[in-house]
Design a protein around this ligand. Sequence first.
Ligand SMILES: *Cc1c(COP(=O)(O)O)cnc(C)c1O
Length: 489
Amino acid sequence: MNFIETRGNDGQRPAEVSFSEAILSPISSFGGIYSPDSIPELGPAFLSKHLNSSYKVLAKDILSAFNIDIDHDVIDQALNLYDKFDDPNNPVPVIKVSDDLYVSELYHGPTRAFKDMALQPFGLVLSSLAQKRNENYLILAATSGDTGPAALETFKNRSNVQVVCMYPDGGTSDVQRLQMVTEDAANLKVLGVVGDFDDTQSALKRLLGSDEFKQTLKNKNIQLSAANSVNFGRIIFQIIYHVHSYLELVRQNAIEAGEKVYLNVPSGNFGNALGGYYAMKMCLPVEKILIASNNNNILTQFINEGRYDLREMAVTPTTSPAMDILKSSNIERILFDLFGAARTKELMQQLDNEHHYQLTDAELGSIQKIFSADFCNDDEGKRFIKDTFEKGYLMDPHTATCFKAYQTCREKDLKTIVYSTAEWTKFSPVIDNAINGEIDTQDQQALKAIAKTAGIEIPSMIDELFTKKITQQTVIEKDKIEAEILNFI
Ligand SMILES: *Cc1c(COP(=O)(O)O)cnc(C)c1O
């Protein structure tokens, strides 16, 4: 299968590229990205075939439907990384929480957030490609908390890849910071940057777009790449768990094969929801995909009104920081799939230049056939955490945003799969506040308090962070980033 450009072709770049090319250089003509030229339709037979398949067997069959140019043994090695998850036989447990509500837990990997689902196999695939082509890559990542640890973990000690990961100093939780600054492989560099996440991300974008910086790297025989969530090499691994979660409901006798469900996704850059959309097109009986946001509710506005309007919005910090996003990059692939490249280019360029666009009524109609949306503020989220905990289920503040959409967006009494994107350990002060009423606790103290109240253990990989040696000490001003990177490589 080939990959084509969401904003059409500029006559200079190739109009179609292979999967490996699309993941090594993810930006296409006119600032667009790559999408598959078609989505394989597998139909209901595919579900029956995999009713009793393991996660890896299912994953292999989904990947092979895309017919990508990655060697089979590399795919096998990449999928074997799911063996490092808590339960190698079932990396994604699905838990019944109440009558219609099931939670699919995507956080059982090494860094305790759902970024591992895609970044674990993606890191191996990218490094294998670099070795095969005898090329060296520098991966730059800017993180507000979850992507950084997952990117460092997947690339550490891998050949032909170096990673520089930047985080806003003081802008992440203690656990997230410790997960980064205790990594000590020679191919990894972690930079604390004085400023907020936007400063860090702008610095990254400037470097990715700088011809001079690229030339300097080229002279050292290094190419620049990014592991951000528009990379299709991440998206492809995010289709699998939607199909797996549905099959889990069938296996648990919650639904019959073929019965429709709601998927309920806490969304930021829309990679998770896009994976659900592709799964629906391929084979899954889905009534609708419910998009949950926090107070940064641009996706609610987009899906309810067809209006994407950044003009009077500014990112506000919430208790679900991984969803504090207004420019949701993967929406572009939905526009492309539904309305084609010419219209996508028009809309995205209007967004770049005028900071807003409006869909036509007909276009909005096609969006609303597939998606519904609502947002959940921090107080509502806290109440969902508390109420749900009292019913016996502990969840993080990102997952909690789904409970609002669950209440307001369902038109039918169908079983609903809520995706849990982080373990409680990653956002413990908020949870300690929700269930114990404590205010402003530090992570270590909050973890202990929750473990005590809930009668559970702190997972060892989190507990160990507080005594591990800090190996990455660098904290710099943003104008020193480039020099620091050049010094590292
Ligand atoms: C990244 C992340 C999200 C948002 O996922 P998208 O695929 O960007 O929509 C939600 N929750 C957590 C905990 C995350 O780390």
